[in-house]
Design a protein around this ligand. Structure first.
Ligand SMILES: *[C@@H]1O[C@H](CO)[C@@H](O)[C@H](O)[C@H]1NC(C)=O
Ligand SMILES: *[C@@H]1O[C@H](CO)[C@@H](O)[C@H](O)[C@H]1NC(C)=O
Ligand SMILES: *[C@@H]1O[C@H](CO)[C@@H](O)[C@H](O)[C@H]1NC(C)=O
Ligand SMILES: *[C@@H]1O[C@H](CO)[C@@H](O)[C@H](O)[C@H]1NC(C)=O
Ligand SMILES: *[C@@H]1O[C@H](CO)[C@@H](O)[C@H](O)[C@H]1NC(C)=O
Ligand SMILES: CC(=O)N[C@H]1CO[C@H](CO)[C@@H](O)[C@@H]1O
Length: 379
């Protein structure tokens, strides 16, 4: 008897490993919104996300997922920085309380902005998230005299090259650009974004557009770095690294501290069919400029009240709620997914984690050779 019981326990455990999940009783949100810290939670009150679900592994500061009564919209706060983001999103996507296979994810937070690409209060929708500071660094006072920056990619000998780069796999993530086009179309082109007089006045101190133009919706890529960098030199250096990792197809527009980490957890979960990484939208609204206006000191600009925080936070909802409501209203069109662009399966990350060909590529050492030849991995 006891032996039979043991066998039956083992058989149940084994079938749990291989059998499809029984998702009865799971929460199956249509849209899952992710904030990174409390001010970005512009959702709970207006969308009445009052049904709390506690989940092991979330941030001790934000221990709940909160959903609406219909349980078709849910939200959580990851906690700030790469480590909080990776740990929280891992806990979510591995939880059996949720079935997230058809869920659209809206990562929606504030960010620093490159004034050559957009201005404060603007709403950016990203194709790439690039982990720019995964790099070597020398203090600027000790760099070789002909270098333009103290940052260079790990494994390489100098700035500006991927020759010999060491790959961690989290350097760059590519999202579904067809989905990005589709959700942008849900936002009215004449949308009235929120703004403040302080933000407008500070913006006017830049002598070029789009920095000094009113806030708008735009396409732009997001740099991820735990180091909160500022000033034109570092911003330019990380813009250069973005171009390296994306073979000049990415444009560094926004900077924040979490996305690369969140997406690593999402890609791993996609691989075991717990989420669909082609259903991820990354929206960042611009709260402050990454560099000073011409002729101003970098530190003074960094500490100045740029006035962008408030409209950036508000515009997460002003623009983002069109996306949330649009997906809910048009669920028939979204339910089956939005096919991603050609090549996406190979490029979601540079290990080709989502590609059927990944194993074969790895076995042939293709990644290693391409990197040794200094060939960017994303096309
Ligand atoms: C639900 O979660 C929110 C945010 O974490 C918290 O403020 C609120 O007290 C929670 N409500 C209940 C009933 O636990
Ligand atoms: C700097 O000078 C060194 C030595 O002359 C040279 O090898 C290198 O290519 C130059 N440029 C950079 C960016 O290192
Ligand atoms: C960025 O790259 C450009 C083009 O190679 C170069 O002229 C510039 O000095 C670089 N900027 C920094 C800060 O490294
Ligand atoms: C945008 O600004 C208007 C006017 O100040 C305000 O009523 C509204 O609540 C703001 N929107 C959000 C989402 O905060
Ligand atoms: C990089 O982009 C260029 C076009 O600008 C293309 O010709 C080249 O094949 C790309 N390289 C790789 C490795 O994707
Ligand atoms: C700077 C930093 O924390 N980078 C991390 C990004 O995520 C990967 C793991 O997925 C880490 O290896 C990096 O250290």
């Amino acid at each position: 008897m006891r032996l039979a019981l043991l066998f039956s326990v083992l058989a149940t455990a084994a079938s749990a490993l291989v059998a499809p999940r029984n998702n009865d009783g799971c929460i199956t949100p249509k849209v899952f919104i992710v904030s990174m810290f409390s001010p970005e939670d512009v959702w709970t009150a207006p969308l009445k996300l009052t049904h709390n679900v506690s989940l092991p592994g979330l941030s001790p500061l934000f221990p709940y997922v909160n959903c609406n009564a219909a349980r078709d919209v849910c939200h959580l706060i990851t906690g700030e920085g790469e480590i909080n983001a990776a740990a929280t999103i891992s806990a979510l996507v591995l939880s059996d309380k949720f079935d997230l296979r058809k869920t659209y994810f809206l990562f929606a937070g504030i960010a620093g902005v490159n004034p050559h690409i957009a201005t404060t209060g603007s709403v950016g929708l990203a194709r790439y998230a690039v982990q720019v500071a995964l790099a070597y660094e020398l203090d600027a006072r000790q760099i070789p005299s002909n270098w333009t920056t103290g940052y260079w990619v790990q494994g390489t000998k100098r700035p500006g090259t991927l020759d010999g780069a060491v790959i961690y796999g989290t350097e760059v993530f590519e999202l579904n650009t067809n989905l990005r086009d589709k959700v942008r179309a849900l936002i009215p082109s004449d949308i009235k974004l929120n703004d403040t007089a302080t933000a407008a006045a500070y913006r006017a101190t830049y002598n070029y557009t789009p920095a000094n133009a009113p806030p708008a919706v735009f396409y732009g890529d997001v740099a991820t770095s735990d180091v909160y960098f500022a000033g034109n030199l570092l911003s330019e250096a990380f813009g250069n690294i973005t171009q390296l990792w994306t073979n000049n197809t990415g444009v560094y527009a926004l900077t924040a501290q979490e996305d690369n980490a969140s997406f690593e957890a999402m890609v791993r979960a996609h691989k075991v069919k717990r989420v669909d990484f082609s259903r991820v939208v990354l929206m960042r609204t611009a709260s402050d400029f990454d560099r000073a206006p011409t002729g101003k000191n970098a530190y003074d600009a960094f500490v100045a009240d740029q006035g962008g925080f408030e409209p950036a936070v508000e515009n997460i909802f002003v623009a983002g709620n069109y996306i949330v409501q649009g997906i809910l209203k048009n669920w028939g069109a979204f339910k089956g997914g939005v096919p991603a662009q050609d090549g996406w399966l190979h490029d979601a990350d540079i290990f080709h984690t989502l590609s059927m060909k990944r194993r074969a590529l790895e076995q042939r050492g293709v990644e290693r050779r391409r990197v040794q030849r200094g060939v960017p991995l994303v096309q």
